[in-house]
Write a protein that binds this ligand. Structure first.
Ligand SMILES: [Zn+2]
Length: 234
C-alpha cells in the first residue's frame, strides 16, 4: 500500500492502524491532511473514499483559512481599497449626488450615502455584478447545455452560489471581488447543478468538459475566498 495518497495537489499521508474498516480523514491544525485506515483496505478504495470527501476537504480548508485571518472590515474613508473582479479600486468620497459608481478607476461613494455606506456598496456589487454576470451566464449555460433562469446576486451567507428548482442561479455579492476566472468557476459550477444537482462524478465530468482547469480554479477559490470582504465597517 502507498504511504502517501494525493487529492489534487494535496498530499495525504496514510497511517495504518486500528481495526476499523472505515477510513478516517482528518485535517490537522496546520491544514495538512491525514488518513487513517486499517491495513487490509485497498489503495483504490482509499483513493475513492478520498475523492468522495473532496468537497468537505475544500470547505474545511476554506473555513480554516477564514478563521486564521481576522474578518476584513472596511473604513469608509478616501483611499480605502475595494476589490471588484480582481482589481483594487480606491474609495473616493464625493460631494456630488448620484449613486455609487466606478469612475476612472476610483470607487465613488457620494457623501450623502456615507451613513448607509456599507449597504450602498453592497447594493453596488449586486447591481454591477448582475449586469456583468447576465451575458456570461448565457454563454456558460449554452456550453453546458442547460436552460438557465434569471441570475441574481445576493447575500448567501457562507455559500458562493446556489442553484434552485426554478432554474434560478444566485451568486454571493462577495464573489464579485474575485478575478473573472474565479467568478466564472462559481457561475459555471452553479449552472452545472441545473443538470446535475449533486457533486457526483457526472457533475465533475460535465464541469470538466466546459472548464478543463476547474480543479485549479476551485483550489484558488479556497485559498482566496477567506480573505474577501463580506461586509462590516469600522
Ligand atoms: Zn456545488
Amino acid at each position: 500500500m502507498t504511504a502517501v495518497l494525493q487529492l489534487d495537489d494535496l498530499r495525504v499521508p496514510v497511517e495504518i492502524g486500528g481495526s476499523s474498516r472505515k477510513a478516517r480523514l482528518t485535517i490537522e491544525a496546520d491544514g495538512s491532511l491525514r488518513l487513517r485506515a486499517a491495513e487490509d483496505v485497498a489503495t483504490e478504495e482509499l483513493q475513492q473514499f478520498l475523492a468522495s470527501r473532496r468537497e468537505w476537504v475544500y470547505r474545511k480548508l476554506a473555513e480554516k483559512e477564514a478563521l486564521q485571518h481576522e474578518p476584513i472590515t472596511k473604513e469608509l474613508v478616501d483611499g480605502e481599497g475595494f476589490l471588484y473582479l480582481g482589481r483594487n479600486h480606491r474609495l473616493k468620497i464625493d460631494d456630488m449626488d448620484g449613486a455609487v459608481r466606478l469612475e476612472r478607476g476610483r470607487l465613488v461613494l457620494p457623501r450623502h450615502l456615507v451613513a448607509t455606506g456599507e449597504a450602498s456598496l453592497i447594493a453596488w456589487y449586486q447591481r454591477c455584478g448582475e449586469a456583468w454576470l447576465r451575458p456570461r451566464s448565457g454563454a456558460w449555460a449554452e456550453r453546458l447545455r442547460v436552460a438557465a433562469g434569471p441570475i441574481e446576486v445576493a447575500d448567501l451567507g457562507h455559500k458562493w452560489g446556489s442553484a434552485t428548482a426554478g432554474r434560478r442561479v444566485r451568486i454571493h455579492w462577495a464573489t464579485l471581488q474575485l478575478s473573472p476566472s474565479l467568478v466564472d468557476y462559481v457561475l459555471a459550477h452553479e449552472l452545472a447543478h441545473l443538470s446535475e444537482p449533486h457533486h457526483g462524478p457526472a457533475f465533475w465530468q460535465l464541469l470538466a468538459r466546459v472548464m478543463p482547469d476547474y480543479e485549479e480554479r476551485k483550489q484558488e477559490l479556497a485559498r482566496r475566498g477567506g480573505r474577501l470582504w463580506f461586509g462590516g465597517t469600522s
